[in-house]
Structures are given as structure tokens and as C-alpha cells.
Design a protein around this ligand. Structure first.
Ligand SMILES: Nc1ncnc2c1ncn2[C@@H]1O[C@H](COP(=O)(O)OP(=O)(O)OP(=O)(O)O)[C@@H](O)[C@H]1O
Length: 228
């Protein structure tokens, strides 16, 4: 599903964020990416959806070798990968429904399928009753659930979440985790970078710890492992 082999990433300013990583992630896994600030977690994640290119090494996602991917093929890779961020990134002038539908409109899904599928995913994330609301009318947790709905609406095989609970209180974070668990249980691979010790320790999933650009730890049913 995701294979990295001897991957390095040095940014143009000379900072080496990833310093030799090899890893395999299988379909259906739920993986936490942990590590100190600046350790390389976001870079690791960005390499997977080709937001960044490796300086050296091989990355294969859904049988696509990202080094050989042409610019015009990137949108096709992104159809297999949903991405969620700490700051939600919803379009403020659109309703919740429109934000989610937009993701299908851009890939030219037939209009008759769009309504059904959007309502389906809003149901999965528990936001059916907020379909007509603007993002500004939602709580932080609801906004994140809308962003998750948008990320999964075209049934990606992988959902990547970079600190999705970073702006949320602990209770709201647990609702987000329940939502992600539901999505994972239907077979979607989930990669989540987080600084939340309580979430990682509660969930008992695979934990990959990145320190100074390398994998310092990779454990099944792992723990957060740092003091906070
Ligand atoms: N676009 C960029 N250009 C130059 N250097 C960068 C860029 N993005 C990240 N870096 C540097 O690469 C290193 C790793 O950054 P990265 O964002 O991957 O870490 P992180 O583990 O996600 O950190 P945090 O937990 O604080 O979000 C840091 O030293 C950072 O300053």
C-alpha cells in the first residue's frame, strides 16, 4: 500500500528533514506518527501525497512510484488519498454541504451521484443536520468533522491527518477519534501525526516515532513514549 525505501528529504535551505527512512504500511492499518517538534513528521506525511518530493529514495503509494509520477498524474494519486489538517481548511463562503460536494464536482462526478454520496458521508461524521450551515456557524469539532467528510467523500484508500485534533479540546478530540476509527473499520488506511499522548495511549495502534528525520521506534499497539 505505502512503501518507502531509503528516503531522504533535504529542503532547498539545506535542512534535512528526513534522513533515511524505510517503512511499509499495509491497507487497513491505523498508524500514529509521533515525535518531537521539528522531527520530520509533517515532511514524512507530505512525501506520501507528493506535496514534497524526496531528494533520494523510492516511495510507492497504491502501486504508483511517486518518483516516476508526472505532474499531470498527481491529481489521480490524490484521488486515492484524503488529507485533513489541524486548521480544517474549509471554504468559508460555502455551506458544509457545498464544501463536501466540491470535492466531487472537481473530479466531475455525475451530479446525480453527488447528493446521495455527500449526505452519506455527512451521516458517517454525524453532521447531516448541519448540511446547510456555514463553517463559521460550527464548533471546532464540527468543522473538523466536515473536513473529514470532504476528505473521504470520494472513497480514498488512505486518509492522512496532520494533527487533526491540534486545535480541539480533549472531549471533542475523542469524537474525532471515534469518527476516524469508524472510517478505518471500513478498510481505509489512516496515518495520523499527533502530539496527543492521551489519544495515542488510549487507542493502542501502531506507533511510528520520528526523531531527527529517522524512525526511532515502530511498534504495534505502541505508546506515545514522550513526556508532555
Ligand atoms: N518547506 C520547508 N523548507 C525548509 N525547511 C523546512 C520546510 N518544512 C519543514 N522544514 C524543516 O524541516 C524540519 C522538519 O519539519 P517538519 O514540519 O516535518 O517537522 P514536524 O515533526 O512535523 O514538526 P511539528 O511537530 O512541529 O509540526 C524542521 O527543521 C523544519 O524547520
Amino acid at each position: 500500500m505505502i512503501v518507502m525505501k531509503d528516503v531522504y528529504k533535504t529542503y532547498p535551505n539545506g535542512v534535512t528533514a528526513i534522513n533515511g527512512i524505510s517503512v511499509n504500511i499495509d491497507q487497513g492499518e491505523f498508524v500514529y506518527i509521533v515525535g518531537p517538534s521539528g522531527a520530520g513528521k509533517s515532511t514524512f506525511i507530505k512525501l506520501m501525497y507528493r506535496e514534497e518530493k524526496p531528494t533520494k529514495g523510492t516511495i510507492i503509494v497504491n502501486n504508483k512510484n511517486l518518483s516516476e509520477l508526472k505532474e499531470k498524474e498527481i491529481p489521480y494519486l490524490r484521488r486515492d488519498i484524503g488529507v485533513v489538517f489541524q486548521d480544517f481548511k474549509l471554504l468559508p463562503k460555502l455551506t458544509v454541504y457545498e464544501n463536501v460536494a466540491f470535492a466531487l464536482e472537481v473530479i466531475e462526478e455525475p451530479p446525480r451521484n453527488i447528493r446521495k454520496r455527500v449526505m452519506e458521508v455527512l451521516d458517517i461524521v454525524g453532521l447531516k443536520n448541519k448540511a446547510r450551515s456555514a463553517p463559521s456557524e460550527l464548533s471546532g469539532g464540527e468543522q473538523q468533522r466536515a473536513a473529514i467528510a470532504r476528505a473521504i467523500v470520494n472513497r480514498p484508500k488512505i486518509l492522512i491527518a496532520d494533527e487533526p485534533t491540534g486545535n480541539l479540546d480533549p472531549e471533542t478530540s475523542m469524537v474525532i477519534m471515534d469518527t476516524l476509527e469508524t472510517i478505518n473499520s471500513s478498510g481505509t488506511t489512516i496515518l495520523m501525526a499527533t502530539h496527543s499522548k492521551s489519544i495515542v495511549n488510549a487507542m493502542k495502534k501502531r506507533v511510528i516515532a520520528i526523531e531527527n528525520g529517522i524512525i526511532a521506534r515502530d511498534e504495534q499497539r505502541g505508546e506515545y513514549g514522550y513526556e508532555v
